[in-house]
Design a protein around this ligand. Structure first.
Ligand SMILES: NC(=O)c1ccc[n+]([C@@H]2O[C@H](COP(=O)([O-])OP(=O)(O)OC[C@H]3O[C@@H](n4cnc5c(N)ncnc54)[C@H](O)[C@@H]3O)[C@@H](O)[C@H]2O)c1
Ligand SMILES: [Zn+2]
Length: 348
């Protein structure tokens, strides 16, 4: 016997990303702002003054990637119960990628799902983490291994929050901008080569173009079966750098930038990109203070780390590599010696 449950699902998951001055947000349900202590001290009062809602609660957690785990999720969920949030309530993720990923995950599971919106406060979250619906936490086995796809109801990007962001964090976000431009949009890349992101207008233009590129990819491939993998340029190597150097030694964007350099060496070996073009990408990174190279003590052991990435399927790694500037190739089955040589050369 076969019994079919046909749910006739036609859910509209589409949402808007607003870029510009956030001056008022009005809700007719209870809301809870999820943020961390650092951001709360800097900006929570301001955000609260912009929100109109029947009740505004807060869940404030410790700052840091090391708190992006299930224990913190448990603490946030308890707090939401304390606040008596119901299924109609709304969560507001107010912070960087760590807060966004955890709030989105809580929204997926609190009372089997409530809505959430994103108000990103780091450049990285503005251009990358806040849109696309990947949510979750780390555990002892690796990064982002526990989570859910859960799209926000809206994303509100306002560069006013960035005035307090440390320069190193800002540059880490710029790595993701260069990543997208270098593999998806040659003209944008060329503009970035001379852009001044300290200029408000140029910064907003770069954020908007990055979101366009990410949105376009996510619309084509929400759950990463194809095109979305292009966004992994620098990440397969970058995640191994994060792991080998011990989480926290470098910022995520710094690891991605160092990973992009290894990926470039691999792309050169496969004749996907000319040396001169690879150098242009590396100069673009240098403009954002991202000139460091990562020298692994042991390329063989580093190679093995690549297989721990959750993007590795059936023990096969697919590398997202630049094809010239503004294009990408997804390449699997690359001989081990070539990869190891790129790992070593990327550290020179
Ligand atoms: N979901 C996705 O698609 C996606 C994509 C990329 C990265 N991520 C995740 O995002 C995380 C990294 O995000 P991140 O780089 O934003 O790090 P983060 O959230 O840890 O923020 C970086 C630091 O800046 C502080 N901060 C945030 N806003 C500030 C402000 N306006 N002024 C001063 N300080 C501020 C934070 O408290 C933190 O100390 C990682 O966990 C990564 O896995 C997710
Ligand atoms: Zn990234």
């Amino acid at each position: 016997m076969i019994i079919n449950i046909n749910l006739n699902k036609r859910i509209d998951d589409s949402y808007n990303i607003y870029i510009g001055n956030l001056d008022r947000l009005t809700f007719d349900m209870k809301v809870a702002i999820v943020t961390n202590k650092t951001i709360a001290a800097l900006h929570l009062e301001k955000l609260r003054s912009l929100i109109v809602a029947p009740e505004i609660g807060e869940a404030i957690i410790e700052d840091g990637e090391q708190h992006k785990n299930l224990a913190t999720i448990g603490a946030i969920l308890d707090r939401l119960c304390d606040l008596r949030l119901d299924r109609k309530s709304l969560l507001i993720a107010f912070g960087g990628g760590v807060i966004g990923d955890m709030t989105g995950f809580c929204a997926a599971i609190y009372q089997r799902g409530v809505s959430f919106i994103q108000i990103p406060t780091t450049l990285l979250a503005m251009v990358d983490a806040s849109a696309g619906g990947k949510t979750g936490v780390n555990n002892d086995y690796g990064k982002n291994l526990i989570g859910a796809f859960n799209q926000p109801k809206s994303v509100h990007i306002d560069t006013k929050w960035l005035t307090s962001l440390p320069r190193r964090e800002f540059n880490s976000g710029a790595a993701e901008i260069v990543k997208m431009a270098a593999t998806l949009d040659r003209e944008f890349f060329e503009r970035l080569e001379s852009a001044n992101l300290s200029d408000e207008r140029e910064l907003i233009a770069a954020i908007a173009q990055s979101i366009h590129l990410k949105a376009d990819i996510v619309m084509r491939d929400e759950k990463e079966s194809g095109a979305r993998a292009a966004l992994n340029y620098g990440h397969t190597f970058g995640h191994a750098i994060e792991k080998e150097s011990g989480y926290g030694a470098y910022l995520h964007g710094e690891c991605v930038a160092m990973g992009m350099i290894m990926a470039n060496r691999l792309a050169e070996a496969l004749e996907l990109i000319r040396e001169k073009e690879a150098q242009r990408i590396e100069r673009a990174l240098e403009r954002f203070g991202l000139s460091a190279r990562y020298k692994t003590p042991n390329p063989e052991a580093f190679y093995d780390l690549l297989f721990l990435d959750k993007k590795t399927r059936d023990n096969k790694i697919t590398f997202a590599l630049p094809r010239s500037i503004g294009g990408y190739s997804l390449v699997s089955d690359i001989p081990k010696e070539l990869v190891i040589s790129a790992i070593a050369k990327g550290g020179e």
